[in-house]
Design a protein around this ligand. Structure first.
Ligand code: MSP
Length: 518
């Protein structure tokens, strides 16, 4: 049966932790939204879920921003980390944990992984001479750089580089080529989408230099154990957040035993290398299991233009939510772009999707069905009579789509997951038109009742399904059918949760009003 709960299955999903030097923007909201949809879906599917997000608070970039703001880095991060918590609440994210890398538990975990790497012979002391981009917090090889104006060296990401020469500890990344390639080979789903997997594999095949993992020229970071001159490279510290949050270095108890290795690290394409190359190497070097999967999504542009602070076209999530509505924005971000590709945020496309898919297709279906129950049946859910083939087909389609929905989300194909639900929405609209309950009203009230019941059941399924993407709207739809709070998970898909005839329904209200441009 499609709605069956798995037993004792766990699901650990993480967003990146965000640099606190910037105000939260649409890119941050997007990555965490994708995690939120998965977390909500898995909970409805009976999993024990841990969904983690947080802030990345160390490193030169944050230190410089604090300096520019004229405050000490701790006070600065205390303040700006709060903006990301507020964004998460405001976007209705259902995270179970919020981690800050300046927390004491995180220094403990970072030092513990460092110590394991050192004891296992993967870290040695040397001197770093090379290029560093503060904006990316990343080292670059000479041959990756281009010449910018004023003789500056520019990284492939567009960030300016500076020459760094200082004592440094190194991680023996050059020795990890074979183990990593073997790992990718044995775990073909570790990196997604496929095109990104190929990029990572060719990067690793190209050969890797040892990685500088400590700095001495500034102070804002986790201290290297037993060498107070050094702080840890911010990415080693940052990546470790994923195990800090589940209790590392305690590997023997929950939550670590329950949730590690993580099922999914969701990241943007710009930070895939850190997650798919460095992180599994660090973990294997420390004798820990790598995560099961890393998914790299694409980037948004704004009306066709690259989003950047200097152009001044940053999209503030609050602003678009104020204009279009929260669930409308959540829907658009997950529906507009085949997940994994880059996408464009344009006013025209969001308005189109709101008016055609949410308002016309889904909103009207619910509104017209429930108004007929109100008008023809005095607001009491009617009892169905014998079902025709068309009725049976409608009911079965509504229940069985859960299988396709689940598969799409296991592949992080959010747009296809929504499309599979919308196939049912369109089928239901065609069913209303064919059955024309308004015409049956006088001639055949028993048949009219059957059709309205089948429609109400279809809407119940749609209400359940949209909850991961649009939690508030899903709840409103289910409230209108008087579905009890404990009957809204996937266990209640199909006959198991069928609506009870005779239930008094509240007066319907439109769930998705049309967007009218002022
Ligand atoms: N602090 C690191 C991550 C450490 S994880 C151990 C970091 N932070 S970030 O704040 O710069 O970016 C976080 C995420 O936002 C990345 O996944 C990035 O891809 C995403 N985005 C930033 N701008 C974006 C768009 N314009 N569009 C989509 N996502 C983008 O990197």
């Amino acid at each position: 049966m499609s709605g069956k709960k798995p037993s004792n299955e766990t699901y650990y999903v993480t967003s990146p932790i965000y640099y606190v030097n910037d105000a939260p923007h649409i890119g941050h909201a997007y990555t965490t939204l994708a995690c939120d949809v998965l977390a909500r879906f898995k909970r409805l599917d009976g999993y024990d879920v841990y969904f983690l997000t947080g802030t990345d608070e160390h490193g030169q970039k944050v230190e410089k921003s604090a300096e520019a703001a004229g405050v000490d880095p701790q006070a600065f991060t205390d303040r700006v980390s709060q903006n990301f918590r507020e964004l998460a609440d405001f976007m209705n994210f259902s995270h179970d944990g919020f981690i800050r890398t300046t927390e004491p538990r995180h220094a403990t975990a970072s030092q513990a992984i460092w110590t394991s790497l050192r004891e296992n012979g993967h870290i040695y002391l040397g001197t770093y001479n090379g290029w560093y981009a503060v904006r990316d917090e990343a080292f670059y090889a000479e041959d990756e750089l281009t010449d910018g104006p004023d003789g500056k060296k520019i990284a492939p990401s567009g960030a300016e580089c500076e020459w760094v020469e200082e004592p440094s500890y190194f991680f023996d990344l050059s020795k990890w080529q074979e183990p990593l390639l073997k790992f990718y080979d044995e775990n073909p789903d570790f990196i997604a989408p496929k095109s990104r997997r190929n990029e990572v594999i060719s990067f690793v095949k190209g050969g890797m230099h040892d990685l500088s993992v400590s700095r001495t020229s500034f102070k804002w970071g986790v201290d290297v154990p037993s060498d107070e001159e050094h702080i840890m490279y911010v990415w080693l510290d940052a990546l470790t957040n994923y195990i800090t949050a589940v209790g590392f270095p305690d590997k023997k108890s929950e939550p670590y035993t329950k949730f590690w290795p993580a099922n999914l690290h969701m990241v943007g394409k710009d930070i895939l290398r850190f997650h798919a190359v460095y992180w599994p190497a660090f973990l294997m070097g420390a004798g820990l299991a790598p995560p099961k999967r890393v998914y790299a999504h694409g980037w948004w542009t704004n009306e066709g233009e690259k989003i950047s602070k200097s152009v001044g076209n940053i999209i503030d999530p609050r602003e678009i939510v104020d204009i279009y509505g929260l669930d409308q924005v959540r829907y658009f971000l997950m529906r507009e772009v085949p997940f994994g590709n880059d996408g464009d945020f344009s006013r025209r496309s969001i308005v189109n999707r709101i008016n055609s898919e949410l308002s016309n297709d889904l909103g009207n279906l619910a509104q017209r069905t429930l108004s007929m129950v109100g008008r023809y049946c005095e607001g009491v859910l009617p009892a169905p009579g014998e079902l025709t083939d068309a009725d049976k087909e409608m009911r079965s389609q509504a229940a069985t789509v859960l299988g396709a929905y689940r598969t799409h989300l296991d592949n992080q194909a959010f747009h296809e997951a929504l499309e599979s639900i919308w196939v049912v929405v369109r089928a239901a609209n065609a069913y209303v038109d064919q059955q024309a309950p308004w015409a049956l009203h006088k001639q055949d009230p028993a048949r009219r009742d059957t059709v309205l019941y089948v429609l109400a059941e279809t809407i119940r399924h749609l209400g359940i399904y949209i909850q991961p993407f649009m939690p508030d709207s899903g709840a409103v739809m289910l409230d209108q059918l008087a579905v009890p709070a404990d009957a809204r998970d996937f266990f209640h898909v199909g006959e198991d949760g069928a609506l009870v005839a005779g239930t008094i329904l509240p007066k319907p209200v439109p769930v998705f009003p049309r967007f009218v441009d002022e």
